[in-house]
Design a protein around this ligand. Structure first.
Ligand SMILES: Nc1nc2c(ncn2[C@@H]2O[C@H](COP(=O)(O)OP(=O)(O)OP(=O)(O)O)[C@@H](O)[C@H]2O)c(=O)[nH]1
Length: 429
């Protein structure tokens, strides 16, 4: 990403040489490009991305916001928070001998990231096969990796039409924005396809619901000037404007939007799909946390501590039983929860009920379950999450379920537990 930002003129020569000099002084010269995005001392020290780094750039046809997500297993919650704000994925594969295999092996990060991205609604993907300089730019190695990844991508739900592969040598700038120069010649012996930027240019902007009410899950909070606060997040639906009052959920607080920043510009309003930073005033910061959702006071998101969801179980070793203690992820929030009831197993495609009240749900099945959030000691002390049924707002309905550091299921919220809605209506849903 650092190299791409430089090639596209988004990183100036001064920053590049400073990163080169300082990373070399720290004995981390191979990470000098990564320093363009990995800004914290710990990230630079460990040579890994830990939190989401946000950058913007333009190609000839697209304005792109990059949410650089960590690849390391330890930081999956941050990866989930970033990916839930994304339209498209750019998966970077290390082609060096043994490295691709380590990531793609069972339990490896490549598989988990692909499943997570698709489960979080990302439908378009570009797979950049990187570090080809390490394998002498061999066409066979590139083909081998593509052939191994292709069936797994399909199995994870990525449509072949929305999947593209591209060979690159990022450190040398080969086939990112251009494919020229001595290093590129080795790739050009067998590759004459698009560059990474050509593929970015062809990404389809997804349709946005600008008529739906405003929904902004907060992914980051900064202290603003004076008593104000700034929050970052993605506007999932609707249009937000300066001067508007927004409700902060959960809680009873509201805040007034003082300014809106999109791609480093102040704007009077922003529409669904924008990654924005809002300066908020008239707000009690205690109520505002990462994972809060901002919405119009007149059209709040329902709050849930118990709800029903349809989930797909991943490749897990231990089946899920009723009472299973899990961690529930919804945008940037993760909360302790219990799978309190197994209501039915379902046919994966049609959703038809196969069996009511199963005793267990095993890997690769689909199920309807009841999920109950857990508080510190009792269920009643659980802090609710703002959650909308999938049929009302897709992006606000998606959930992920993890157990002991492993993602075990993904799905969508169907409805809140009675008495929030009429129970007869529920059965029809
Ligand atoms: N030989 C070679 N090394 C590369 C290339 N691209 C990146 N690297 C090296 O790979 C290492 C990891 O690069 P990063 O950019 O930090 O990789 P990342 O995927 O963002 O890793 P995380 O931060 O852990 O998510 C660094 O030492 C880079 O110099 C390449 O094209 N060829």
């Amino acid at each position: 990403m650092g190299r791409l930002l430089y090639d596209l003129g988004r990183m100036d020569e001064r920053t590049r040489t400073a990163n080169e000099r300082n990373s070399s002084k720290a004995g981390k010269s191979s990470f000098s490009w990564a320093w363009g995005l990995d800004g914290t001392a710990e990230e630079r020290d460990r040579g890994i991305t830990m939190d989401i780094a946000l950058q913007t750039f333009s190609t000839s046809k697209r304005q792109i916001t990059v949410l650089d997500a960590p690849g390391h297993k330890e930081f999956i919650p941050n990866m989930i928070s970033g990916t839930s704000q994304a339209d498209c994925a750019l998966l970077v594969i290390d082609a060096s001998t043994g490295e691709f295999e380590a990531g793609f092996g069972r339990g490896g990060q490549t598989r988990e990231h692909l499943i997570l991205a698709r489960s979080l609604g990302v439908a378009q993907i570009i797979v950049a096969i990187n570090k080809l300089d390490q394998v002498q730019w061999e066409e066979d190695r590139y083909d081998e990796i593509c052939e191994l990844l292709r069936p797994f991508l399909v199995q994870s739900g990525f449509h072949p039409i929305k999947t593209n592969f591209v060979p690159v040598g990022a450190i040398l700038g080969v086939n990112l924005a251009k494919c020229e120069g001595d290093d590129a010649k080795k790739l050009l012996r067998w590759y004459h396809g698009p560059t990474l930027v050509d593929l970015l240019d062809k990404l389809e902007p997804p349709s946005r619901d600008i008529t739906a009410p405003v929904r902004i899950p907060v992914s980051n909070i900064f202290k603003g000037q004076g008593s104000g606060m700034s929050v970052a997040g993605r506007l999932l639906s609707g249009v937000v404007q300066v001067g508007e009052r927004l409700r902060i959920l959960p809680g009873d607080e509201t805040a007034v939007v003082k300014s809106i920043e999109v791609e480093e510009n102040n704007v009077p309003w922003a529409a669904a799909g924008s990654n924005l930073t809002l300066a908020l005033v008239s707000v009690d910061s205690i109520q505002l946390t990462i994972g809060s959702v901002l919405c119009p006071p007149t059209d709040p998101v329902p709050l849930a501590t118990i709800f029903t969801a349809r989930i797909i179980i991943f490749d897990i070793q231990v089946p899920i039983i009723s009472g299973a203690m899990v961690e529930l992820f919804h945008h940037s929030r993760d909360v302790p929860a219990t799978i309190s009831k197994l209501l039915a197993t379902l046919e994966r495609t049609s959703g038809k009920v196969l069996k009511c009240n199963p005793r267990v749900v095993a890997k690769a099945t689909s199920a309807k379950v009841q999920i109950t959030l857990r508080g510190t000691d009792t269920i009643s002390s659980a802090r609710p999450i703002p959650l909308e049924p999938y049929t009302v707002n897709k992006a606000m309905g998606r959930i992920l379920i993890r157990r002991e550091g492993q993602t075990i299921a993904a799905g969508s919220h169907l409805y809140l537990k009675p008495p929030f809605f009429m129970s007869q209506f529920l059965e029809q849903v």
